[in-house]
Write a protein that binds this ligand. Sequence first.
Ligand code: C5P
Length: 226
Amino acid sequence: PRYLALIPAAGVGARMAAGSPKQYLPIGGKPMLRHTLDAFLSSPRIAHTYVVVSADDPFIDSIVPGQGVTVLRCGGATRMESIRNGLRALHGSVALNDWVLVHDAARPGLDAELIERLVVETGEHPVGGLLALPVVDTVKRAVAGEVATVSRDGLWLAQTPQMFRYQLLCRALDAATDPSAITDDASAVEALGLAPRLVEGHPRNLKVTLPADIRIAELYLAAFSQ
Ligand code: C5P
């Protein structure tokens, strides 16, 4: 089987409140999405990378490299829909047992080393797996005036890439009826009663969501670039 990357990049980045969609904001002078694409292009494991954008995206052509990346203009209203549409577009050109690494455009700190770690630790797993970070903070749940401390024992924060075989990923996302309950791909797989493997990621693979995250991403990129 091959290892393929699928990057949903059809969001509008509402929480960033910037002029252009956040995946195109510069991080250290380079568009965020280009960092994300370059991580996969620099990994010898990845056979091909697919990026899902909205049909009328005016920016993608100027940042996509000439080789190794295919642009799919089939973004949907939610992240899950964008991924579903992307998977459908791949039908027939990928094998059912190919691995698909789904990775958010908004995580530009990914690099070949983290991709390698995920692939090595998950490539033989019957279900698949994802990068994640063990929770280090004390966790509180506050609902309707009640506050409780939740044991952090066994708690992880999910990152991406999340890696599953093409056929299983399609089945899991097709079975998901409540898109708002599915905030990542692994949760759709878990809903089938399957347990993906958690592989320790790294804080540099943060999700850029709020304006201050851009600076943090730049600091990590400067610290970890060779
Ligand atoms: O907004 P958020 O950071 O949660 O989005 C996660 C990823 O999903 C981003 O890469 C974003 O571009 C993508 N997305 C998408 N289609 C949508 C909404 C989000 O591809 N409709």
